[in-house]
Design a protein. Structure first.
Lengths: 252, 397
């Protein structure tokens, strides 16, 4: 029927509409609303999973180790007192010279609102979930400890090819001339954790509580709570390498 | 023939024309430089690697690794051309393929000599490569495959000198396959490190294989030319044709390698990781720029191409000079590739680190390099003297 002819017709009003037609109309309305509502709910779900993928923090089910040790640095608390460096060197018998260190503090000047600021950043082995050093080692001299996920060394197997040093994105490895093998931070697994201590030497000595160490899988730990506090902005170093590090950074 | 004693075999393979005082002096000279050069490396086991080599925590690899890669890549190239000639017979290069097999063995031994003194604890490698292998490690595969390749080639060479053609062809093929796979894993050592964007990526293993074809052809032309030079003889027409074939392969791969180098460097300037771009900058305008523009590009690519054009692929002497320059360029190219990947500090922006770290090879590192070059020179002369007749045979099967 032509629209002009329709205009000439008299309005029937709604009183004569059969209830079946009304129900059809309501159903259509519900369907439209449902699609939008469902879409919104779905989009929320999608955002949630996207966060889990994009986040540097492992999500539930992404902890392959029974105790999954990690560390978080509250970077802006660091005042470069270097007590952690000394404690580490002493505890783990790190030789002096030839670039030997297991942890160090980096420093840079930044300018915020025309004011120069000195920034300190403690670094150490990141005990990555996908560690490039472990993959490249020809003799499995370096490996992930199957219980804790800590990247450790079996010195007697190290041939000194230095591929792990070239592979590490964090410059965390050095040649230990006393052991004549590559060495690195091992979260004090042999010098403290094996004796039942709950933290590493660098953590224990830090006066500014920069470093928090613990099982990032255990919801009761401080590190878990810091990592999962929504207001905390957490980052890792060199995420683009895909190494999935277990050392995290935030500002307190 | 296989039952003959070693003396009888040598009596049939040696080239008495080369039993001259001059040859003896040259052979002894290179033997002395091998001992002197490699002693520089052996000293590292007594005085510590840190005291002998200029590598650091930040620059763990240097000229020894690049020289190892250079000889290993050259060995692969020689082995591939020899295997192709042996397998498909009809190529003109077949006539010089025995010499190529020998030089491939010599080059890989030079590579082993270099990396043997570069690795801090090679004795542990011998034990734990077998007892504790890591199948995800490119280094493990590379070492194992190069070891397998040299074993195959030595048996192949034994087959060649004793006339066991079947063994020679089978082992030659197996050796070439192992060499190609080993070369690919050598590329993979660098290509699979996301922490070093200058190396990271799928192009590098193919680039290494291209370099092998280039270095192998260049070495074929050069060593054959030298073999006749030291005898003071003209090449026979058949040998000349074989060398010219190698020259054609050298020209073709020279172009391919140049194209690959061009695109490889352009890639860093169109995006991607900043550390990769800075590393490429080390070659273009940075501390490695003289190496790159003068030695890699001019000496190693442009001048050889001009020499080849001038030679019209006829003048073998000129092509041999081109081959020598290509090898010089390739040697520097390996160094630049290793150095550029390591000179950019991971902590750029912190601790006032310079954009490019400082690494200059120590005098001991240069000593080892001279030692490894002497291994090749000594091996070449010994090969010509002891197996010269086998290298010159028209039909080796």
């Amino acid at each position: 029927m032509n629209i002009k002819d329709l205009e000439k017709e008299e309005n029937e009003g709604i009183d004569t509409l059969p209830s079946e037609e009304r129900r059809k109309f309501l159903k259509m309305g519900l369907a439209v609303t449902g699609v939008f509502l469902g879409g919104s709910v779905l989009s929320l779900t999608a955002v949630k999973s996207a966060r889990a993928v994009d986040s540097v923090i492992p999500a539930e089910g992404q902890y392959p180790y029974s105790k999954h040790y990690g560390m978080i640095m509250r970077q802006n608390n660091c005042v470069d007192c270097e007590k952690c460096l000394d404690a580490c060197r002493e505890t783990n018998h790190v030789p002096v010279g030839h670039g030997a260190w297991r942890t160090t503090i980096q420093e840079r000047l930044t300018t915020v609102d025309d004011v120069e600021q000195r920034e300190f950043r403690p670094i150490l082995c990141n005990h990555c979930n996908r560690p490039p050093c472990v993959r490249v080692c020809p003799t499995k001299a370096t490996y992930k400890d199957p219980e804790t996920g800590i990247v450790v060394m079996d010195y007697k197997k190290c041939i000194g090819c230095k591929t792990c040093m070239a592979a590490c994105p964090y410059n965390a490895r050095y040649f230990n001339h006393d052991k004549y093998a590559i060495d690195k931070c091992n979260f004090c697994i042999d010098t403290r954790l094996a004796q039942g201590k709950k933290d590493t030497a660098c953590v224990a000595v830090c006066p500014a509580k920069v470093r928090i160490f613990g099982d990032i899988k255990d919801k009761s730990t401080e590190i878990y709570q810091l990592l999962h506090e929504p207001d905390n902005k957490i980052w890792v170093l060199r995420p683009e390498t895909g190494a999935l590090p277990n050392v995290f950074y935030m500002n307190a | 023939m296989a039952n003959n004693s070693i003396t009888t075999i040598f009596a049939q393979t040696q080239d008495t024309r080369l039993a001259t005082p001059g040859m003896n002096r040259a052979t002894i000279f290179f033997l002395i430089t091998i001992v002197a050069g490699l002693s520089c490396g052996v000293a590292s086991f007594f005085f510590g690697h840190e005291a002998i080599y200029n590598n650091t925590r930040e620059v763990p690899w240097g000229m020894l690794i690049s020289t190892y890669a250079f000889w290993a890549i050259t060995s692969t190239g020689l082995c591939i051309y020899a295997a192709i000639s042996h397998l498909f017979g009809g190529t003109r290069m077949a006539i010089v393929s025995n010499r190529m097999v020998w030089m491939s063995i010599v080059c890989i031994l030079a590579a082993f000599a270099t990396i043997g003194v570069e690795i801090a604890s090679p004795h542990r490698m011998i034990i734990y490569n077998i007892l504790s292998p890591n199948p995800t490690s490119n280094i493990w595969w590379m070492g194992t495959l190069y070891g397998l390749a040299v074993g195959c080639m030595i048996v192949e060479f034994f087959g060649i000198i004793t006339g066991l053609a079947r063994i020679a062809v089978i082992l030659g093929t197996a050796g070439a396959v192992a060499e190609v796979l080993a070369n690919s894993c050598l590329g993979g050592v660098f290509a699979t490190l996301p922490g070093r964007p200058y190396w990271y990526g799928g192009q590098l293993p193919i680039y290494f294989l291209t370099a092998a074809f280039l270095s192998g052809a260049a070495a074929t032309v050069l060593f054959n030319h030298l073999a006749y030079k030291i005898r003071g003889e003209e090449m026979s027409e058949a040998v000349k044709l074989g060398v010219k074939s190698a020259g054609k392969a050298m020209t073709l791969v020279l172009v391919l390698y140049s194209v690959a180098t061009f695109w490889r460097l352009i890639m860093y300037y169109v995006g991607g990781a900043e550390l990769g771009r800075i590393a490429a900058g080390a070659l273009i305008t940075g501390p490695l720029s003289v190496n790159f523009w003068v030695l890699e590009v001019c000496v190693g690519l442009i001048i050889p191409l001009l020499l080849i054009i001038l030679s019209r692929l006829e003048n073998v002497g000129m092509m041999a000079l081109a081959g020598l320059l290509i090898l010089v360029g390739q040697f520097v190219a390996r160094y630049d590739l290793i150095a550029a990947g390591l000179l950019v500090p991971a902590s750029l922006g912190w601790d006032n680190v310079p954009t490019y770290l400082d690494y200059v090879p120590s005098i001991f590192e240069f000593g080892v390099i001279i030692g490894s070059i002497s291994v090749v020179a000594f091996g070449f002369l010994m090969g010509e003297r002891v197996f010269g007749k086998v290298f010159d045979q028209k039909e080796h099967h």
